[in-house]
Design a protein. Structure first.
Length: 389
């Protein structure tokens, strides 16, 4: 009678995930005549599998091929076709990280500096979730700081990482007003809907996690973040966002108003009320209503004339350039009077801004046209705002 044999795949120390898999040794007895008869072992047997291989592929018993070298170490390559020697007809058990003794969740696409899935919490969690825990209970330095859902498009996750990685990190820094904080990015596609979750990861030992987190509690934080996300890659990231254009019209309207506040015509007294609004309340309903009617006036009293240029901003990529364009005209030409008129699309939706600027002379009108060409607007054009009333 043969003595029981223990079948083990030798561990590798080569960067692959090590783990354990309970082996049904009867399977080996039935499909490899070179093995001695074995008894079913009740303890785990170590296996080696690359992180990219998940889950383990299963094969029917009658198709399992003959294997002639069962006791040699096995290392699976992710780019070759193979059949795992230790596969069983039952579903594969969860993978485990040997060093940390915690479950490893399916790995998202990650970008940024030196972040691995073993640094993340075993339970996932949303923005501000507890930091990752090692086997001895100590907190890991890398922690999820904030998460936000975007709409999935045709582009692959890898393409998104390549194109938007730096912009996503910059958008968060700008929204927090902390230019020196470093973020790494997770992009996690949903299996249930057409969403992708963006996770910003921060080193809580290097940066003040609690202090940064308090900044996200402002009433306007998420809306400001969406406006910054809409600017990524010259506005192309806007296709992944919901409701971003309306927020952009409000945000860039505020920026333009603050640049024109000393010369802006507002006969209804709205400007004074707007300038008294705290920054974090600028997206509140009452403030938005006043912003849209800041230069509202009676018919026939609009700012017009041969030295007045009109500029209509309707395309989102052009609206994003509006404050900088106004600033350039102030610096290079000069503006004596100005008005801002919101362009209404429906009862509650706006499509952009019409800005009227008195630049003093007809020669300056031509200079404004030259400046507009340098900005490369897609649809916005400068025109002389003659009085047709």
């Amino acid at each position: 009678m043969f003595s029981p044999q223990v079948f083990s795949v030798a561990p590798f120390n080569n960067g692959y995930n090590n783990g354990y898999y309970a082996v049904n040794t009867n399977l080996l007895n039935g499909y490899n005549p070179q093995l001695h008869p074995c008894q079913l072992q009740t303890y785990p047997v170590q296996y080696v599998i690359p992180p990219s291989f998940c889950p383990v592929q299963q094969y029917p018993l009658n198709t399992l091929p003959f294997c002639s070298a069962p006791l040699s170490p096995v290392q699976y390559q992710s780019q070759t076709q193979f059949i795992p020697l230790l596969a069983t007809p039952s579903p594969s058990p969860p993978r485990y990280d040997v060093g940390m003794n915690v479950k490893i969740q399916p790995q998202p696409i990650m970008v940024g500096s030196q972040v691995s899935s073993s640094c993340m919490s075993s339970t996932g969690g949303g923005a501000g979730s507890a930091g990752s825990q090692s086997s001895d209970g100590n907190s890991m330095p890398l922690r999820e700081f904030y998460s936000f859902n975007i709409v999935k498009q045709k582009a692959s996750i890898l393409d998104m990482v390549t194109r938007y990685e730096q912009g996503l990190a910059k958008a968060m820094r700008t929204s927090l007003q902390t230019p020196s904080v470093e973020f790494s990015i997770h992009l996690i596609p949903s299996k249930k809907n057409k969403n992708i979750t963006i996770q910003w990861i921060v080193n809580q030992e290097k940066f003040d996690f609690a202090g940064l987190k308090r900044r996200t509690l402002r009433r306007d934080f998420q809306k400001k973040l969406i406006c910054e996300l809409a600017k990524i890659d010259n506005g192309t990231f806007n296709t992944y966002l919901s409701g971003a254009k309306q927020l952009t019209i409000i945000n860039e309207g505020w920026s333009c108003l603050l640049k024109l506040k000393n010369i802006l015509i507002s006969r209804n007294g709205t400007l004074d009320r707007l300038l008294a609004v705290p920054e974090e309340d600028r997206f509140e309903e009452e403030a938005i209503k006043n912003l849209y009617k800041v230069s509202q006036d009676e018919q026939g009293k609009a700012l017009r004339g041969p030295t007045v240029v009109g500029v209509r901003f309707k395309l989102q990529s052009d609206i994003l350039k509006m404050p900088e364009f106004v600033e350039s005209i102030k610096a290079c030409v000069g503006i004596s009077r100005a008005t801002m008129i919101a362009s209404l699309k429906t009862h509650k939706q706006y499509k952009g801004w019409s800005v009227y600027l008195d630049v003093g002379t007809e020669k300056n009108v031509e200079r404004v046209e030259d400046i507009a060409q340098k900005f490369g607007f897609e649809k916005t054009k400068v025109f002389v705002a003659e009085d047709t009333f």
